[in-house]
Design a protein around this ligand. Sequence first.
Ligand code: ADP
Length: 504
Amino acid sequence: MLVRALGYLIFSSQARPRLRRPALDGVLAMEVTLARNWAKSRTRGRKLHSTGAKARVGRASKNRADLERQLEACKREIANARERLIEATKQQTATSEMLRIISDSPLQSVLETVAEHAARLCDSNNAEIYSLENNLLRLVASYGELPVHIHAREGFPLNRDRVIGRAICDRRSIHVHDLAAADSEYPSGSSDAKRQGHRTTLGTPLLRERTPIGVILFRRWEVRPFSDNQIALLETFADQAAIAIENVRLLEVEKQRTLALAHANRVATMGQLAASIAHEVKQPVAAMVTNAQAGLSWLGAQPPNLEKARQTFGYIVSDGMRAGDVVERIRDMIKKAQPRKEILNINDAIREVIELARGETMKNGISVHTDLEERTPPLEGDRVQLQQVMLNLVMNAVEAMNGTSEVARELLISTRKTESDVVLVAVRDSGPGLAPETLDHLFDAFYTTKPGGLGLGLSICRSIIEAHGGRLSAKANVPRGAIFEFSLPAAPDIAKQPAVVSAP
Ligand code: ADP
């Protein structure tokens, strides 16, 4: 929260149009110079009249006509300059507003929006954003018509052979009128240009307090150099975008740290839980085995001792009940642990979980889709616990789909608001689905079909959802896969208030 607040403060103070840049400086300076020249030439004109020599009257009136023409030209230039100034200010305000709005979105959509806005701002066919990590320039977002260079996503080494590398090394914009004809200056960049067909190219570094964090590359199909005004505008934009990108990145690192901590905590708690459960259950289970062996030998005796056998089976039943009680007690403990209460937007919480699991979903070739109803009512609950439930369901779906090779791996997460102010969250996958015998035991503690599984995930998820006044259930997906769905009631006292519109 603190980081977000700080980020916003830094961002809004930078968001004002800055007059340092030539785009605005230039226009203002031009107005002043033009006005001064006009004043000088007027004075000169007056002096001429005051000499009063008749022979010079003709020349004087010619001078006067010249001066009036100059005045008209000055007026036109001032009007044009004003228009450009207004236009530049409008564009900068729009840019600041756009960056402010997206500063709440996930990093990837911030980068894509920045690339699109940058390309439109200077009328280039294509804009790409490269991030600088460990001396590698890696393509992280692109917008426009050019195909993505196959190596760009893996990263280009930082050197002066390409415009992007040069912009980083020199910490300034590099403008090449025709990259295809600049072999000696940019050997790699020029051969890329010949292959891909772009000509005029501009690289503007993304600087965070003079330290480069990346570069925006603009390209045009034809030789059509960028104007000084466009370059100045793009540099201002790049400065603002660098702040926005860095703030969002820091915010995500912070969020991931919080969730990772919660996850580590949960794993540790689960480990402790498992150890104490194992300890408590071991004793009745050992007694059950001993009694079962005794029962078998009473039955195998000649003649069988049915009375003794009945007695030992009775012991087995009560030991079994004891083991069941232990598990039930632990479930109760989880249920009674009071969740921390805060008002939250479930869609935003879900988006964060999707980002968190993006590494796993990408690694396993799973396409993630969302269908989030934007006007869901606010909920009251423990954000971290509810995100743990989501993360568990998502990871279970990922693991289930890992076993499927011939069908598309798809994960769909949706939210719906019912008429009774309840929010329904569903996680659908295209995995193998739930066998009937699995369906009956899914939520039982220690039920698992995975070799390394603990079988506690769904049981804990159900306890968390019930502690929030909701329900968690599972059913078959169509045409294949599983659906895990949970309901959560809207926050009680504000259920009647207008819905919270989540971050775009
Ligand atoms: P674990 O993941 O440790 O096995 P869980 O309680 O999370 O524990 O899951 C219990 C069992 O439910 C899993 O072992 C698996 O058989 C089944 N399961 C959970 N999610 C899915 C799913 N999306 N598709 C198919 N089976 C699932």
